[in-house]
Design a protein. Sequence first.
Length: 84
Amino acid sequence: MIQVHFNLHPEVGAPKDESRRCEHVPRVGELITFDSNCSYQVVDVLWNMQPPNPANQYVTVTAFELQWHSHMARIDAEWKDRES
């Protein structure tokens, strides 16, 4: 497990910071979700590995909100329009 600091940038409002211990560190381009209504796309991953103290080892992930649900609804509507 590694400490991951998330720097989340919503479409509206100030950036949010959240820290979690994770087994998986997201990669650039991946989508991450913190609640069922909001997804963020990872744009940067910074590994901070300062030996010899493991307490100083963490990852900073920067991500921007992606209106994934509305995006999928728009694609679905466009697909249905093409079929008719």
